[in-house]
Design a protein around this ligand. Structure first.
Ligand SMILES: C[S@@+](CC[C@H](N)C(=O)[O-])C[C@H]1O[C@@H](n2cnc3c(N)ncnc32)[C@H](O)[C@@H]1O
Length: 194
C-alpha cells in the first residue's frame, strides 16, 4: 500500500468518525428538545466562564464544593475545578455527553462527572454544595429552588429564576441563548440562599 493510499484511508476514517459524532450529537439534541423538553448541550462561552471564575474568587473565596447541574461535555466543570481548586461534581443525564465528559475527566482530573438526572441526584444526595451552577431551561431553573438546603449559592446562566430577585446579575455582554424561539441575553444570575 502506498503512502498516498494510507493518507486516503486515514482521511476516510477521520470523516467517518466525525460523521458518527455528528449523528450521535444530533440524536441527543433532538431527544433533549422533543422528548425530555430540556435545554440541549450548548457550551458556556469563554467570556462567561472567565466572569464566573472572577465572581467566585471575589465573593466566594472559600468555595470547596461546586455542583454543575447539567454539565454537557463538562468543559465548564473542568475549567472551574482548575481555576478555583474546588471539588466539582458535574451532573449530566445524556449518555453521549456524559461519556465525553467522563473521558475528559480521566485526562484532566479537575472534576467528577456523574451520569444521572440532576434533580434525582440532588434529591438523594446528602452532600451540600457551596455553589450550584445551572444552564438549564427557565422551568428547570425554577425547580432548583427546592434544593436551597443543599446549595448555598445558586448561579444560573441566561435563565433567571422567575419571581426571585437575584443577589447580583452580571451582564456577559454579547449574544443570546434561544429557547422556545425566544432570545435570552447572556447573563449570570446569582442567588444567595441564607
Ligand atoms: C446548556 S448545556 C450546559 C453545558 C455546560 N454548562 C458547558 O458549558 O459545557 C445544558 C446541559 O444540561 C443537561 N441537562 C438538562 N437537564 C438535565 C437534567 N435534568 N439532569 C442532568 N442533565 C441535564 C443537558 O443534557 C445539557 O447537556
Amino acid at each position: 500500500m502506498s503512502t498516498a493510499d494510507l493518507a486516503i484511508y486515514a482521511v476516510i476514517v477521520i470523516i467517518a468518525i466525525f460523521e458518527i459524532y455528528m449523528i450521535i450529537y444530533l440524536i441527543e439534541h433532538l431527544v433533549c428538545i422533543n422528548v425530555l423538553h430540556q435545554v440541549p448541550f450548548v457550551a458556556t462561552g469563554k467570556h462567561a466562564k472567565k466572569l464566573l471564575v472572577q465572581e467566585i474568587k471575589k465573593h466566594y473565596p472559600n468555595t470547596k464544593n461546586i455542583c454543575e447541574i447539567g454539565s454537557g461535555y463538562g468543559s465548564l466543570a473542568r475549567f472551574l475545578g482548575k481555576k478555583t481548586g474546588a471539588n466539582v461534581v458535574a451532573l449530566e443525564n445524556m449518555p453521549f455527553s456524559a461519556f465525553i465528559s467522563k473521558t475528559a475527566d480521566l485526562i484532566q482530573n479537575k472534576s467528577k462527572t456523574i451520569k444521572c438526572d440532576a434533580f434525582d441526584y440532588l434529591t438523594k444526595t446528602k452532600q451540600k454544595f457551596d455553589i450550584g451552577i445551572a444552564y438549564l431551561s427557565p422551568n428547570d431553573s425554577f425547580r432548583l429552588l427546592k434544593y436551597k438546603n443543599k446549595i448555598k449559592t445558586l448561579i444560573t446562566l441566561d435563565f433567571a429564576i422567575s419571581g426571585v430577585k437575584p443577589t447580583r446579575t452580571i451582564d456577559v455582554g454579547h449574544g443570546y441563548t434561544f429557547y422556545n424561539h425566544k432570545p435570552y441575553p447572556h447573563k449570570i444570575f446569582i442567588y444567595e440562599f441564607k
